[in-house]
Design a protein around this ligand. Structure first.
Ligand code: IMP
Length: 179
């Protein structure tokens, strides 16, 4: 539970997210049109709402799997060391893979996960992030598709948490600490 009081200011509405998702899914469907071997890999826990909406917009035969990497814990600061807390259930060798991330911030998590999955020799691997904070980047990595670029703000909602709270907001909001 967060220790300091805060309020949430809406930044991206549920309607704007849905409209952007429709655009992105048209592109993703075109990219993977030729395959029946696509595994959509959600990074837990932050991407669970995003992946649920995303797969329902994909007009493709897919499988869904999940991977959990360590994140911020209860703070708003990123840790540079990434650990895998829960691995995929299925093998991805020779499969097409779409990795679904909630936010790319410093970039350490996405770099680590893509490196790990690449070592398992998928046929093709692409990534999508709902949000990107390019000004925070510490390693050279970018998702193939990005929903929205946002400034250096701590955000919550649409699956994204602050100390496990606020994942159930239907929109993306920024956290503002109150005195
Ligand atoms: P990175 O390794 O620094 O790129 O961090 C990626 C992870 O940190 C994301 O998957 C989120 O779980 C978490 N994260 C980054 N920015 C935020 C934020 O603004 N709110 C909540 N979680 C965040």
């Amino acid at each position: 539970m967060p220790e300091r009081p805060y309020v949430i200011d809406e930044m991206i509405s549920a309607k704007a997210i849905a409209a952007r998702l429709e655009e992105l899914c048209r592109e993703i469907t075109a990219e993977f049109r030729d395959t029946d071997k696509l595994v959509v890999v959600g990074l837990l826990r932050g991407s669970f709402v995003f992946i649920a909406d995303l797969v329902r917009e994909l007009d493709l035969p897919i499988e869904v799997d999940f991977l959990e990497a360590s994140s911020y814990g209860d703070s708003t600061e990123s840790s540079r060391e990434v650990r895998i807390l829960k691995d995929l259930r299925g093998a991805i060798e020779g499969r097409d893979v779409l990795v679904v991330e909630d936010i790319v911030d410093t970039g350490y998590t996405l770099r680590h996960v893509l490196g790990l999955l690449r070592s398992r020799k998928p046929a093709r691997m692409k990534s999508i992030a709902l949000l990107d904070k390019p000004s925070r980047r510490e390693v050279d990595i970018r998702a193939d598709w990005i929903g929205f670029e946002i400034p250096d703000e701590f955000v919550v909602g649409y699956g994204i948490d602050f100390a496990q709270r606020n994942r159930n907001l239907p929109y993306i909001g920024k956290v503002r600490f109150t005195p």
